[in-house]
Design a protein around this ligand. Structure first.
Ligand code: PMP
Length: 434
């Protein structure tokens, strides 16, 4: 599928003034080839490119759009907020309201600090953990992505893995040395590290539902082991719920698994499509943060009232419309529709799903991968063909084999069926070409 003439012309202009023509790497279609569609609007479950072509969208701006594009309640809330001024750099009612909502919803949470992205949330949570414990070492898991702060861009997922550079150039070795990387799914490796270095570990950061190197659904026992080891040695457990927070339910992955972290990071859904992130924990942990404590963290646009209004409206619609239950029903319909399609395919393909997050794994084997070490690189080549086959049929998935798809409340059962039919055709086309 090639992009239309308007997309191509704009992307060529973009390439002159934006590195790679984009504001964030994976958007450039580097992993799937071809020219990206330049999008001019979105409505409900669809996006429209500058050539006027419409696509059924399962990217949802990479996760925030849990209500779909341009949901009327969110648009109205934003317009109303804008009419009162864009930013004040002072406390506002909206940040208090969103903070109260988030704190009431998430297990064990007492305070949050708002920031403007998931990256900032994870970077700040890590600094807070180091400041609060007086220790340096951070433990992360390979394939998990926590934004692009230096110490966390070590064996990371998302764009980092898509482009085959899981550790970025420009990250000083001295920084990377203070980050210990473990494989997911191995209690043995985890316990071994804690036995040796437990006293130096400030925090373990993990995506409880790792969704940046495919969807690597974890065994509960593994997450429980992480909780247990951190608690025993006085390290903080940070759940990165930038994707899972308010998507898997009000309480995120913590609520689903019944495991409460010491710190949590949010992004995406809590901003309803505006640039918002947050991190939080108990009052006792958060008292280390400036202006109360010695760990510095700040932001000119943090808690921006327009962004807060989008977040408040999004969470309100989810609550009032039984959003999480509806997404679970839609998720099971997706599973019922896609599983037979994938099992009939001549290309090995399986579905991983939790709630409204899904991933099509294009590799052989009976079990879905649970660690990035178990994810096969060869699948990326197959994905290329499937991705373009879908786009040709008016269905948009993320332009990388390692990114997940998202359902929103704007998706209906027939959208899911459309995805199933298009996927069936795209897979047999890819099989006959491959
Ligand atoms: N953590 C996770 C789990 C993420 O998926 C992402 C982004 N996809 C981030 C952190 C970084 O968020 P942002 O792109 O808003 O900086």
């Amino acid at each position: 599928m090639s992009a239309g003439p308007e997309s191509r012309a704009l992307f060529e202009r973009a390439g002159r003034v934006l590195p790679g023509g984009v504001s964030s790497p994976v958007r450039a279609f580097g992993a799937v080839g071809g020219t990206p569609l330049v999008i001019r609007r979105g409505e409900g479950a669809e996006v429209e490119d500058v050539d006027g072509r419409r696509y059924l969208d399962f990217v949802g701006s990479w996760g925030p759009l849990i209500l779909g594009h341009a949901h009327p309640a969110v648009v109205e809330a934003v317009q109303e907020a804008v009419s009162r001024g864009l930013t004040f750099g002072a406390p506002t009612p909206a940040e208090v309201e969103l903070a109260e909502t988030v704190v009431a919803a998430y297990p064990g949470l007492e305070q949050v600090r708002f920031v403007s992205s998931g990256t900032e949330a994870c970077m700040s949570a890590m600094r807070l953990a180091r400041g609060a414990t007086g220790r340096d070492l951070i433990v992360k898991f390979s394939g998990c992505y926590h934004g692009h702060a230096d110490p966390l861009l070590v064996q990371a997922g998302s764009g980092a893995v898509t482009f085959g550079h899981p550790t970025s150039a420009g990250v000083p070795a001295a920084f990377a040395e203070r980050t210990v990387v473990l494989p997911l799914d191995s209690e043995e490796r985890l316990r071994d590290l804690f036995r040796k270095e437990g006293g130096q570990i400030a925090a373990v950061i993990v995506e409880p539902v790792p969704a940046n190197n495919g969807l690597l659904l974890q065994r509960r026992e593994f997450l429980e082991a992480v909780r247990e080891e951190t608690a025993q040695c006085g390290a903080l457990l940070i759940f990165d719920e930038v994707i899972s927070g308010f998507r898997l339910g009000k309480g995120g992955a913590a609520g689903r698994f019944g495991i409460t972290p010491d710190l949590v990071t949010f992004g995406k859904v809590i901003g309803g499509g505006m640039p918002v992130g947050a991190f939080g924990g108990t009052r006792d942990t958060m008292k280390n943060l400036a202006p109360v404590g010695p760990v510095y963290q700040a932001g000119t646009l943090s808690g921006n009232p327009v962004a807060m209004a989008a977040g408040i409206a999004t969470l309100r619609v989810l609550e009032e419309e039984g959003g999480w239950d509806r997404l679970e029903v839609l998720g099971s319909e997706l599973e019922k529709t896609l599983v037979p399609v994938l099992s009939r395919s001549r290309i090995p393909a399986r579905l991983a799903r939790i709630g409204s997050i899904f991933w099509i794994s294009l590799q052989a084997g009976d079990a879905l991968p649970r660690s990035s070490e178990a994810v096969e690189a060869a699948a990326a080549e197959t994905y290329r063909a499937v991705f373009h086959g879908l786009l040709h049929r008016g269905v948009a998935l993320a332009p990388s084999a390692y990114e997940v798809g998202f359902l929103s409340l704007a998706h209906q059962e027939d959208h899911v069926h459309r995805l199933g039919a298009a996927l069936s055709e795209a897979l047999s086309e890819a099989a006959s070409h491959g």
